[in-house]
Design a protein around this ligand. Structure first.
Ligand code: SF4
Ligand code: SF4
Length: 77
């Protein structure tokens, strides 16, 4: 099973991932991170289909995919 991990302090609240998610399970919190932005969270993680569109879309590499214990950092180079 796969699931995503969002690093709150890397998020700038652009909402690109929210719009990219075909399951519409990402949303913005009402909490503020260390940079002063509202950040993304997964509202319904059990509905994630592991498509990774959110990981690929995020310009700040704030979203990581974990599949069977392996972490996939997209564009982290
Ligand atoms: S992997 Fe796909 S379904 Fe899961 S949160 Fe990201 S965009 Fe949504
Ligand atoms: S695309 Fe990245 S920076 Fe933008 S809201 Fe989503 S997690 Fe935050």
């Amino acid at each position: 099973m796969s699931h995503i991990l969002i690093e709150p302090d890397q998020c700038k609240g652009c909402e690109l991932c929210v719009n990219a998610c075909p399951q519409q399970i990402l949303g913005m919190t009402k909490k503020i991170n260390s940079k002063g932005y509202f950040y993304t969270e997964v509202a319904e993680p059990m509905r994630c289909i592991g498509c990774r569109l959110c990981c690929i879309t995020c310009p700040d590499m704030a979203i990581t995919m974990e599949v069977h214990g392996t972490m996939y950092h997209y564009f982290g180079y």
